[in-house]
Design a protein around this ligand. Structure first.
Ligand SMILES: C[S@@+](CC[C@H](N)C(=O)[O-])C[C@H]1O[C@@H](n2cnc3c(N)ncnc32)[C@H](O)[C@@H]1O
Length: 362
């Protein structure tokens, strides 16, 4: 028979899942506002009626009205007069909310997470199959939404922190990147290229080679580099970082949030040793997960495990053989990979960030 404690536990989970479901549904409506240009129109034009928003974005008025009402009810938009007729009400996006929803450069920008959510939802049937077969789901299958979500989710961090806090915290690397002869940087698994761009921007002497094996990411990165005006110092190459032929003599080799996605991380780490010059530094940024398994976990562990189940583990298992790492790559796992790849030491760098941890491999 259910005790009072059982009932309380049942109700707590039911309530929590209701909140989660509501959050997920609202996230999808945020995605619509992002993709349809609704938030942008409200930011650029100020408060709008349903007809004005529909006209400004080339969308259907009836749908625009439903979305505006839903967003106001959800507390994302403000409405001037709730009692006015539906077609006369004016809706406004508060500036603070616009920063989260529209400002791609803000550290508070969160719409890329909505984009990731939609990409995961689209890929779920394939993931369900992978659970049954043990197969994987390739990164390409997460489509342009996944690729753009990944690029945009890290872009503000690279833009604001990489060249002004994170690399300056590694004193000898920071010094070498400013010195002559100009340093060369290999940015492995560069995705949309924002880290390569940020490094080149922060250190005007260096040249950066970005490498990624996903063709569309490479094209996206090349477009981003061209638009940033840094094409003379940043080149993006379509290459598998595990390729033993990769050779370089780079003063800095980086891997940002990608090692745990790789099917064969040891091969890639071995290749990084071949890329680094004798005095070159190898720096890895990966998720700041706890050093041991704990349950229940905090929000970082929870979000990392969701990424792992919904994306990173299936991506890692898409190739065979695979180490099957998943997002939750703990320190002892990285140490094991590094040792197998011939590194003598993994140093945890004293760089504080809520989500990421930095390592220097020697
Ligand atoms: C999660 S994304 C990170 C991208 C980027 N560094 C960032 O922080 O946004 C992982 C990237 O690793 C790339 N990747 C995975 N395995 C790779 C390999 N063996 N060689 C090169 N790139 C690889 C994928 O194509 C993808 O672009």
């Amino acid at each position: 028979m259910a005790t009072q404690a059982d009932e309380a536990q049942r109700d707590a989970l039911a309530e929590r899942l209701f909140g989660a479901a509501l959050g997920a549904y609202e996230l999808f409506t945020v995605h619509l506002g992002d993709r349809l240009g609704y938030y942008r129109a409200l930011t650029e034009r100020g408060d709008l009626t349903t007809t004005e928003l529909a006209e400004a974005t080339g969308t259907n008025e009836r749908y625009a009205r439903e979305w505006l009402e839903q967003q106001a009810v959800a507390g994302i938009l403000e409405v001037d007069d709730v009692e006015a007729a539906a077609d006369e009400r004016r809706y406004r996006l508060p500036a603070a909310h616009a920063e989260v929803l529209v400002d791609r450069d803000s550290l508070a920008h969160l719409t890329p997470m909505a984009r990731y959510g939609v990409s995961f939802a689209q890929t779920l049937p394939a993931i369900e199959d992978a659970f049954r077969t043990g197969g994987g789901v390739a990164w390409e299958d997460f489509g342009s939404l996944g690729r753009e979500a990944q690029g945009d989710v890290n872009r503000p961090l690279f833009t604001h922190l990489l060249g002004s806090e994170w690399l300056p915290a590694i004193a000898d690397v920071h010094e070498r990147l400013q010195a002559d002869p100009p340093a060369r940087v290999a940015d492995v698994a560069c995705g949309a290229g924002w880290s390569s761009i940020a490094i080149a921007r922060a250190y005007p002497k260096v040249s950066v080679d970005g490498f990624d094996l996903d063709e569309e990411s490479v094209e996206l990165a090349r477009r981003n580099v061209a638009a940033s005006g840094l094409a003379d110092r940043v080149n993006v190459h379509l290459r598998d970082a595990g390729d033993p032929e990769l050779a370089g003599a780079y003063q800095l080799v980086t891997v940002f949030e990608a090692l745990h996605d790789m099917s064969r991380p040891v091969e890639v780490l071995r290749a990084l040793r071949g890329l680094a010059a004798e005095d070159g530094a190898v720096v890895i940024m990966d998720e700041r997960v706890a050093d041991t398994f704990t349950a229940p976990g905090d929000e970082i562990e929870r979000v990392m495990y969701t990424y792992s189940v919904l994306c990173c583990l299936p991506v890692g298992l898409a190739d065979t053989p695979s180490a099957g790492t998943g997002t939750v790559m703990r320190l002892d796992t990285l140490r094991r990979y590094a040792t197998e790849a011939g590194f003598a030491d993994v140093e945890v760098l004293p760089i504080e960030h809520e989500v990421f941890r930095f390592y220097r491999l020697r």
